[in-house]
Design a protein around this ligand. Structure first.
Ligand code: NAG
Ligand code: NAG
Ligand code: NAG
Ligand code: NAG
Length: 310
């Protein structure tokens, strides 16, 4: 309930207008001349961002914004900064589960609620460690977890644990695929894992009727020539990524295909940023994951105008 009230507060305080058209806006009249308009959902165009180079500063990461043109401008997406994020995430429980891509997402989230020095230390700590991480942000009573689940089937296990306890985070961001590609090398196995993940995500109602906001953090664009080992260059190719990504589509876990997860399209965001945004062909500059987190939070705000998040 607290989380819900805070979300409402954010919607008002960041100036997002509460109107019936907020998450569904007209773009152009229907071709048959009827009075009904095509409507597009703001959720569908959340990824409409542009990067801006900073030519005055060599080596700086890019800045970004949402497109300024209609229909994106009409959705009034907001980049949440620390004060608003703190209000929104007050007393919430957020879980990131997956591989190192998802961990970068968690670090972007941490940046929104923690002081820079603390973020730097955690980042350094987690760099090479393949472990879970959990923190409690005292000032806002927020719990932020990272669960190291590099294989898709481990995500299913995590969901079953939540289910058993009938206690869910407010937000779950998950993503896995690169390890399946690199070490398992069996796309049908990945397919099976994703389908069981989808099954595990059904009926996620907790005791208090709280339903988590669910996200899928997609695989990045792979720059083969920059990958750092022979195994990676051999197994992490773009054609294979596409094959695996196709399994994600076919498994119907994404809401575009009738599933429960909203995709945070790291592939698109990383491709748009370009090869200069990655050193190892796999892990991109923070800006890519910062955007994904902003998209995620805006999606939560949109969803919360129609139904309470709990
Ligand atoms: C968080 O919630 C508590 C209790 O509802 C409130 O006292 C506090 O001011 C909130 N903090 C922020 C940053 O909104
Ligand atoms: C790949 O996975 C499928 C489904 O789990 C399994 O039936 C098949 O035997 C596996 N193939 C290989 C080569 O291991
Ligand atoms: C990854 O690539 C290497 C070749 O570089 C190969 O020997 C290995 O079997 C591959 N891994 C898998 C799981 O296919
Ligand atoms: C998966 O679906 C999305 C959305 O429809 C599409 O853009 C993407 O190309 C699909 N991926 C593959 C590998 O077909």
């Amino acid at each position: 309930m607290v989380f819900f009230i805070c979300v409402l507060f954010i919607i008002l305080s960041v100036g997002v207008r509460w109107t019936p058209y907020f998450s569904s806006i007209s773009i152009f009249p229907s071709p048959n001349g009827a009075s009904s308009n095509y409507r597009i959902s703001c959720v569908d165009i959340l990824h409409s961002i542009v990067y801006k180079d900073r030519p005055e500063c060599v080596g700086c990461t890019k800045s970004w914004s949402w497109m300024q043109s209609s229909p994106v401008a009409k959705c009034e997406f907001k980049k949440l900064e620390q004060p608003d994020a703190s209000v929104m995430l007050n007393r919430s429980w957020v879980v990131f589960a997956g591989d190192s891509q998802t961990r970068l997402g968690m670090l972007s989230m941490l940046k929104l609620v923690e002081v820079p020095e603390r973020v730097r230390i955690v980042k350094e700590q987690l760099k090479k460690l393949k472990t879970d991480y959990s923190t409690y942000i005292d000032s806002i009573g927020m719990k932020l977890d990272f669960k190291w689940k590099p294989y898709a089937r481990r995500l299913t296990k995590l969901m079953l644990e939540f289910k058993k306890n009938e206690k869910y985070p407010d937000i779950i961001v998950m993503g896995a695929g690169l390890w399946d590609m690199l070490y398992e090398n069996n796309a049908s196995d990945y397919d099976v894992s994703l389908r069981s993940l989808r099954n595990s995500l059904q009926d996620l109602n907790s005791k208090d009727g709280k339903v988590p906001h669910l996200f899928w953090l997609a695989m990045p664009t792979l720059i083969n020539s920059k990958l750092t080992s022979e195994d990676k260059r051999h197994n992490l190719t773009e054609p294979r990524r596409i094959r695996y990504d196709n399994k994600v589509n076919e498994s119907k876990i994404l809401n575009k295909f009738g599933g429960p997860l909203l995709k945070l399209d790291i592939h698109y965001l990383s491709e748009l940023c370009g090869p200069q945004c990655t050193k190892d062909g796999l892990h991109y500059d923070d800006v890519v994951y910062d955007i994904a987190v902003q998209i995620m939070l805006n999606a939560v705000l949109i969803e919360s105008t129609h139904k309470p998040p709990f």
